[in-house]
Write a protein that binds this ligand. Structure first.
Ligand SMILES: [Zn+2]
Length: 113
């Protein structure tokens, strides 16, 4: 059993009743739930499936967590913006972004909108 990365105390157990609420639509997905803090982590493929369903309904899951890996490039870490967000926020390589650190979170904001 895997340890929870969020609280560091509980362990992750399989759950088949994780609810993802997206703009008033409720999706039930499979994933893992922490026995300590009750944080729910849907499986990546379930998340992707939910996103494609939500897209058909015309909603972008918000706020929903996407789990991504960073890749290494030129000695630094690179974060790839999901294509959906790129389109929705109309991002391109000319747009300057502001990166701020809020506690242990990283907030990326497109500038000049
Ligand atoms: Zn936890």
């Amino acid at each position: 059993m895997r340890k929870c990365l969020i609280c560091g105390k509980g362990s992750l157990e399989k759950a088949e009743d994780i609810t993802l609420e997206i703009e008033g639509y409720v999706f039930i997905v499979k994933g893992e739930r922490c026995t300590g803090c009750n944080e729910e982590i849907p499986y990546e493929e379930e998340t992707q499936r939910t996103i494609s369903v939500a897209r058909k309904l015309g909603v972008w899951p918000e706020p929903m967590k996407l789990y991504r890996h960073l890749s290494k490039s030129g000695g630094g870490l690179v974060f790839r913006i999901p294509g959906d967000l790129e389109k929705q926020l109309r991002l391109d390589e000319k747009i300057q972004i502001a990166i701020s650190k809020v506690g242990n979170k990283i907030v990326i904001e497109p500038e000049g909108r």
